[in-house]
Design a protein around this ligand. Structure first.
Ligand code: 4AD
Ligand code: MG
Length: 463
């Protein structure tokens, strides 16, 4: 008797084996001939395994004929060739044990289709649906692919801190971490006495591992971080989470063009792996959520990304004749409607925009000779918009200090970051990819809340 997954039992190689399979029932269908078909899923593959439960089973009348969707069972039996459509095999049960029933009166996931919104309320059960099984497997594939891509190229995986005292993006949208009693805050005159807090000063959840990534890149060359990231912005959109996962490579001696090359190769690799390694799941998304997703990814993998300066993008938008909600002129932060026009209508594919106005971007980006723009780059894709944000970093101590002043940051708080420019400074560059935006783009899922197991958004931290 071999313990085997549904995925393994579905392979023709398994025919003839005596196996034990366990999982959750999707459907049960009774045949007039006195036996039943059970669709069993255990998450190992999109497709379920057909179990044939014969009337001769000792519990056939008492249990098998009453099995309901969502119940968990263990089945012993032989894998046989199947004549059924879409399956090479089935298991003829010799023993079927009910592990846990699911009352059809109260089990929420009935056969009828539930809306994605409704399923968010049942985030503890939605992994049992086709959609969330598929999302979970693709998300896993992308995570593996991210590590493989960097590991195969000699990058070191750095675990950067989750609790931090510095605001990398300078946007101030950070969650505070404190053990102070909020009902009785210790005061020093009219101000809060932060010295009495756990870390002796204000601390936050990280918005990016970049600054610490730079430390390791400026010692060890090629590194990446991949971890949870927190943003306290009150953005209730289909592309924003308060907690998400970001992968951030950082490479010493890379300039902006190298950074773009890396980002392009990286995205192509994860798209290619998803297509190759999750064909069933991708076929499902293509059929039920976005009829163009496979074709779009296949095209992107073999096409060079368009690269153009922010200034040219603004010119294209100004000449487009489109009526935008946010009017376009040089210096504005591009809105989702602008990004979508560029990627969906004008270029019909991914675009890397670079050299953004210095006023729009954080202090650490390298200032160009024109003094007006910085060596920023955003990778934009159809539908999702910005999927990657990155830059060449400012390696000149004087310029960096001046930029901190412009953005009202205190250089003393960043003394260690400035030390990297004092001792053996080098050009370097990196970027951040939001894992969920990548999974959203690959699967074609419209809302980012449906590609992370337990979404955290303003007003919602259930589960
Ligand atoms: O453009 P961002 O803010 O860049 C940084 O944080 C840099 N420190 C990265 C670096 O250069 N090492 O964020 C990078 C990416 C975005 O392009 C987007 O994909 C994702 O992170 N992202 C979010 N994803 C989901 N919800 C949010 N609220 C996000 N904010 C950013
Ligand atoms: Mg950005």
């Amino acid at each position: 008797m071999e313990k085997i997954s549904v995925k393994a039992a579905r392979l023709a190689e398994a025919i003839g084996k005596q196996v034990l399979v366990r999982g959750w029932i999707r459907t049960r269908r009774d045949s007039k001939g006195g036996f039943s078909f059970i669709e069993l899923n255990d998450g190992s593959s999109f497709a379920s395994l057909q179990i044939v439960a014969d009337g001769s089973l000792s519990n056939y009348e008492s249990e098998v004929k009453h099995l309901t969707a969502g119940s968990s069972i263990a089945v012993e039996g032989e894998v046989k060739a199947s004549g059924g459509r879409g399956q090479a095999t089935e298991v003829l049960a010799t023993k079927l044990t009910l592990l846990g029933g699911a009352d059809p009166e109260t089990y929420p996931l009935q056969k009828k289709q539930h809306s994605l919104e409704k399923l968010r309320e049942w985030a503890h059960l939605r992994p049992r649906t086709n959609t969330f099984g598929a999302v979970t497997r693709v998300r896993n594939c992308v995570s593996r692919s991210i590590h493989n891509f960097f590991q195969e190229d000699g990058f070191l995986y750095i675990h950067t801190p989750i609790i931090t005292a510095s605001d990398c993006e300078g946007a101030g949208a950070m969650f505070r971490v404190t053990t102070l009693d909020l009902e009785k805050l210790p005061r020093d005159g009219s101000k809060i006495n932060h010295a009495l807090d756990f870390f002796g000063k204000p601390a936050y959840l990280t918005v990016s591992g970049q600054l610490e990534g730079e430390i390791f890149a400026c010692s060890l060359g090629k590194v990446y971080t991949f971890g949870p990231t927190f943003r306290a912005e009150n953005s209730n959109t289909s592309r924003h989470l308060s907690e998400f996962w970001m992968v951030e490579p950082e490479v010493a001696f890379n300039e902006l063009t190298d950074n773009m090359d890396l980002a392009e190769q990286f995205l192509k690799r994860i798209f290619k792996d998803a297509l190759e390694q999750c064909p069933e799941d991708m076929a499902f998304f293509n059929e039920h959520y976005d009829k163009t997703t496979i074709e779009t990814l296949q095209k992107i993998v073999v096409t060079d990304f368009r690269r153009l300066p922010y200034t040219e993008a603004v010119e294209i938008l100004e000449k487009s004749g489109e009526k935008f909600e946010f009017p376009v002129k040089w210096g504005i932060d591009l809105q989702s409607e602008h990004e979508r026009y560029l990627t969906e209508k004008h270029f019909q594919g991914p675009v890397i925009l670079y050299d953004y106005p210095r006023t729009l971007k954080p202090f650490y980006m390298r200032v160009n000779d024109d003094d007006k723009t910085v060596r920023a780059m955003d990778v934009l894709v159809p539908k999702v918009g910005e999927i990657i944000g990155g830059s060449q970093r400012e390696e000149r101590l004087d310029v960096l200090t001046q930029r901190m002043g412009e953005q009202h940051l205190n250089p003393d708080d960043y003394w260690w970051y400035l030390d990297l420019r004092r001792f053996g400074t080098v050009p370097h560059a990196g970027f951040g990819l939001g894992l969920e935006r990548a999974v959203q783009f690959i699967t074609g899922m419209a809302n980012i809340r449906d590609v992370i197991p337990f979404p955290r958004t303003p007003g919602s931290a259930e589960f």
